[in-house]
Write a protein that binds this ligand. Sequence first.
Ligand SMILES: Nc1nc2c(ncn2[C@@H]2O[C@H](COP(=O)(O)OP(=O)(O)O)[C@@H](O)[C@H]2O)c(=O)[nH]1
Ligand SMILES: [Mg+2]
Length: 258
Amino acid sequence: MQRAWSGAVLMIVPTYNERENLRALVSQLRALPGNIHVLIVDDNSPDGTGAMADELAASDAGVAVLHREGKLGLGTAYKAGFAYGLARSYQYICTMDADFSHNPASLPALVDKAAAGDDLVIGSRYVPGGNVVGWPAGRKLISFVANRLAHIFLGITARDCTAGFRCYRRTVLETIPLESIFSGGYSFLMEMAFLCEAAGFRIGEVPITFVNRTQGASKISKVEIYKAMYTLVRLRTRALPWDRWEGYYQRRKARPSG
Ligand SMILES: Nc1nc2c(ncn2[C@@H]2O[C@H](COP(=O)(O)OP(=O)(O)O)[C@@H](O)[C@H]2O)c(=O)[nH]1
Ligand SMILES: [Mg+2]
């Protein structure tokens, strides 16, 4: 089926040891309507994912690969992908995990919502209709707490600001100073959501069912949890001085003298 956004979408797939998933994922993405192009960002995966990505790219002009020399983190992989997309004419730049936690079949709905006017669309587990399948209770709790804290401390209104299934309108990535984003790992996602909201971009969420991977292993480590906490504190303290002082001076100015 022809879509208004046909030919304008790039999907960035960061990979580290995703050999069991990559071929099937790319073929499902390429079978979607709208000729969605795929960019694999591989960090020299020891399992040979990079070589597989090269093969896929060699047989399909809609698939490309960026090779980086080692495991440099999820956030910087996204940034490298964004730079690639912005250097070309893609209007919608998307991200997803390589492990089928994000169902490729949900992607057109994300792009449709962006095409209808949202600047960032998140495939969300925590809006009505969204769901998580197969995660252990501990992992669910961490994700829930991270989102609650992001709401309480940073005022983020998106219900699932740690989700990596996203569609950005090109203007978002042109506007936000990507080089100044501090987080290089998983908390990049929360930082981007925060910056998008702070810049006044409209964020939409599409319910998805997130399914825990059945192939390969998760790369998230405890360190990422500490980093996420640091990201919360860092963004909060960065916002504080102006919020507080600007409000304080405005209230003072408005106060009747005498
Ligand atoms: N290029 C790159 N990809 C990564 C890195 N860390 C994780 N990924 C990929 O990012 C996606 C999410 O990681 P995953 O391990 O599934 O995290 P989880 O779903 O939160 O457990 C997967 O496609 C991983 O292969 C990294 O350092 N570099
Ligand atoms: Mg995963």
